[in-house]
Design a protein around this ligand. Structure first.
Ligand SMILES: C[S@@+](CC[C@H](N)C(=O)[O-])C[C@H]1O[C@@H](n2cnc3c(N)ncnc32)[C@H](O)[C@@H]1O
Length: 289
């Protein structure tokens, strides 16, 4: 029997989901994350979907390198369409995926070929306890409040387990409106995790290595997306002038601002955001001094 669940999703998160679908169409890859560009591109010509797929694989490899050797079982929270999970399975880990999205469930199960369980739920509602050696949030922390990440991870990890978070974060809490405003404030996440007894093992700032992905998205949107939109608008203006007039009003009222902001995404990112990979450890009771 098919399982139908409905989840309430905030407006910024819905904007992010729309961006994810656009991104998926652009990359045609098993990953929904930004990737890790190394070497950094030196011209627009190097911003191609093929290069982006290479960057995404490099990011997945980088996450792997953060996983401590004693880890065997992993819960992949916000697992997307299963790219990271398939890679983890290939490296011998036992993996379970979790996401509140039936489309991703289907893709995840297909990609992991029945070798990984999937939980169709929000992390906030997940009831798993003391089960995993490591919980991975690969670009999914931005959808979940810091306190829920900290408390839920403590509950679901085995004693002495690890938390691996890779995501875009707000550098300060003052940035509250706009395309990236759903990202967690880095200091608030740290405070929430510390309060639950997590200790930071390792952190790496990879902002400059993810930024080219913002550039490629803007570049493609500008060159193909907006150009196509303008062409269609011209056709409508010729064929049905009244519809064009109404469409133009609606565009100016509802779409112009988010599109203008999307065009400025790199500058917004530089000013207000950073991208970090963080490894946290939850010491076993006996390890706590
Ligand atoms: C940017 S995608 C990242 C996908 C994947 N981890 C990757 O690295 O390719 C964000 C993921 O977070 C999931 N997500 C959104 N809200 C969530 C929530 N409340 N609990 C768990 N996952 C959530 C989305 O469905 C999606 O799978």
């Amino acid at each position: 029997m098919s399982q139908i669940k409905s989840f309430s999703i905030s407006k910024p998160a819905r904007y992010q989901n729309a961006a994810l679908e656009y991104y998926l169409g652009l990359t045609n890859s098993p990953y929904l994350h930004y990737g890790y560009w190394e070497p950094l591109p030196t011209s627009l010509d190097e911003l191609t979907p093929a290069q982006l797929r290479i960057a995404q694989q490099a990011y997945a490899d980088r996450l792997l390198a953060f996983i401590p050797p004693e880890v065997k079982t992993i819960l992949d929270v916000g697992c997307g369409i299963g790219g990271n999970a398939a890679q983890l399975l290939a490296h011998g880990f036992t993996v379970e995926g979790l996401a509140p999205d039936p489309f991703q469930q289907e893709q995840f199960l297909h990609r992991t070929q029945g070798n990984a369980l999937f939980h169709l739920t929000r992390f906030e509602d997940f009831k798993g306890t003391a089960a995993y050696d490591l919980i991975l949030f690969s670009e999914s922390s931005q959808y979940i409040p810091s306190t829920e990440i900290a408390q839920g991870s403590k509950r679901s990890l085995r004693s002495g387990g690890y938390l691996l978070i890779a995501d875009m974060f707000r550098k300060n809490a003052d940035y509250q409106q706009g395309i990236f405003s759903n990202c967690l404030v880095v200091s608030e996440l740290e405070a929430a995790l510390t309060q639950q007894g997590f200790q930071l093992v390792k952190v790496e700032d990879i902002s400059t290595h993810v930024a080219p992905t913002i550039d490629i998205c803007v570049y493609y949107f500008q060159t193909f997306g907006l150009t196509t939109l303008k062409y269609i608008a011209q056709l409508v203006a010729i064929a049905v002038p009244l519809l064009h007039k109404i469409g133009r009003r609606l565009f100016n009222r509802w779409l112009k601002k988010p599109i203008d902001e999307a065009m400025q995404a790199h500058a917004v990112f530089d000013q207000h955001l950073c991208y970090q990979i963080q490894l946290w450890h939850l010491p076993a009771e006996t390890e706590v001094k």
